[in-house]
Design a protein around this ligand. Structure first.
Ligand code: ADP
Length: 478
């Protein structure tokens, strides 16, 4: 077991565990309110007096590019850390999570010298212009399912804007954020700009959300905690809040879809990252003409789906759930589904003696008002349902409090366009799923939250628009 810094203000540490076995990997300094205070003070000093907001955008971009290079050079270490800490697949993590993290740093590095205001033609003898100024100290509270990507997609636009920041990684997965902070330092990001405080939500997380000297908070996690973050902002300094919360995303498969491709897409849209993904398409609607064939093929295909230790066996498709709490939560949802009268098509049980493994589970005969069809399960559990018409599919897809993602599979352009425009979600994938990129805004509607990560919209969260007006004398034109 490792010990990672014991310098929290209380001297307390917490253990982070390997979900393959439940064994302790490392003990990590446990940050609390006083540590958050120290981190915010360092970030404030770096913002008010440090070089980061004062250097040119192109110089910030140059340093961020170096950071991206270092992330790529250390992709193996980062992927190994995530695999040990979160039960993720190392090869997939290297390609997807670490790739996205580097991509995001590069994308926003390119944006750092392209932050422009407007010139305003006012009525009367005045001229106006807008400045887009860095907002100040940003607070980030991130989850455990994609720790490296989450760190980068939050931090990168804030860095580009010239902000400084405090980051609290999830208590289940604190290791990669500490490693990334070390790479940031090596890249030349000055001290005080990125401050990582590992710790728990109700202590360290809450201290960030309610801090009077934090200028904005960006959070990714559960809807319940998102609500607490907004409350904390309202009760403290009314800092702007950006929330990326849960989902219960629909995937609608029409009769004309390629059947094999549809089965593969439904599987990956549900089981990628062991179902620990906020945009997982956990409600799959299949049109009645192909429903029976789809169900049969899906059940057949699940037989060759391998659950096991992703670190040591390259054939493995699905590793363990992140920790014992999530494992038990997912199993209790599965029990709920059985008790509510849904039928288990495949899976439905825990796997093995050690670690937090769960069989990939498909429920059929699911009714819209069942808990498993309404609540986010965040595990390898799919609800498979049948529909008749486009109208019905759209209505049922929208019959949720969430609005994060959606997918549609059809060769009919008119049907695709209609669904795309009718489904209330932040992202809609047509004949694909989970395809994301640094330039694609990501974030939800309804109880999935608001505010975008990725894309140029993300930059706006870290920039305050200031209007400046001066009198105008003797201008030859107006
Ligand atoms: P999950 O239930 O999937 O673990 P959470 O929403 O509880 O998701 O956690 C996401 C992040 O929010 C984590 O970093 C966690 O520590 C943090 N968090 C949890 N509770 C609070 C809280 N009361 N205030 C601020 N942050 C919190």
């Amino acid at each position: 077991m490792l010990s990672i810094s014991s310098s929290s203000s209380t001297g307390r540490t917490f253990e982070t565990r390997d979900p393959r076995t439940g064994d302790v990997i490392a003990s990590v300094a446990e940050g609390d309110k006083d540590d958050v205070d120290l981190a915010v003070r360092a970030a404030r000093k770096a913002f008010d007096h440090g070089e980061w907001p004062r250097m040119s955008g192109s110089e910030r971009g140059r340093i961020m590019t170096r950071f991206a290079d270092l992330v790529e050079q250390h992709a193996d270490e980062l992927a190994a850390l995530e695999s040990l800490d979160a039960g993720k697949h190392p090869a997939v993590t290297k390609a997807v999570d670490v790739g996205n993290a580097a991509g995001s740093l590069r994308y926003f590095a390119g944006a750092a010298d392209k932050i422009h205001g407007e010139t305003l033609k006012m009525q009367g003898q005045f001229q106006g212009y807008t400045l887009r100024e860095p907002l100040g100290v940003a607070g980030f509270i991130i989850p455990w399912n994609f720790p490296t990507t989450m760190f980068a997609i939050k931090v990168a636009p804030a860095l580009a804007a010239g902000c400084t920041m405090v980051v609290k990684p999830a208590e289940q997965t604190p290791l990669s954020a500490l490693y990334l902070a070390n790479l940031a330092k090596k890249a030349g990001i000055p001290d005080g700009v990125i401050n990582v405080v590992p710790g728990f939500g109700p202590t360290a997380g809450a201290a960030i959300a309610s801090h009077m000297d934090v200028d904005m908070v960006s959070f990714t996690g559960s809807t319940e905690v998102g609500r607490l973050i907004m409350e904390a902002s309202a009760r403290s300094n009314l800092k702007p809040v950006s929330l990326e919360l849960g989902g219960k995303s629909p995937l609608i498969i029409f009769d004309d879809a390629d059947l094999d491709m549809a089965v593969e897409l439904a599987i990956s849209a549900n089981l990628f990252n062991k179902g620990e993904a906020c945009v997982a398409a956990s409600r799959v609607y299949v049109q009645e003409g192909i429903y029976d064939q789809f169900e049969k093929k899906l059940a057949e295909r699940m037989k060759s789906w391998v659950v096991g230790d992703p670190f040591n066996d390259p054939r493995v498709n699905q590793g363990p759930q992140v920790d014992t709490t999530q494992y038990e939560r997912v199993l209790s949802y599965i029990d709920h589904g059985k008790r509510e009268g849904a039928t288990v098509l495949t899976g439905g049980r825990p796997l093995g003696q050690n670690g937090y493994y769960i069989e990939p589970t498909v429920f059929i005969n699911v009714k819209e008002d069942m808990t498993i069809a309404k609540e986010e399960i965040f595990g390898p559990v799919m609800c498979l349902m049948k529909f008749k018409t486009v109208e019905e599919a759209i209505e049922r897809a929208n019959d949720t409090r969430y609005g994060l993602g959606a997918g549609v599979m059809t060769r009919e352009l008119d049907v695709a366009n209609r669904v795309v425009r009718s489904v209330r979600a932040g992202v809609v994938w047509v004949n694909c799923y989970f395809a994301m990129g640094s330039d694609v805004p990501f974030g939800g509607r309804k109880m999935s939250g608001f505010g975008k990560d990725e894309g140029m919209h993300a930059l706006d969260k870290f920039l305050a628009v200031k209007s400046v007006v001066t009198p105008l004398k003797g201008s030859p034109w107006m």
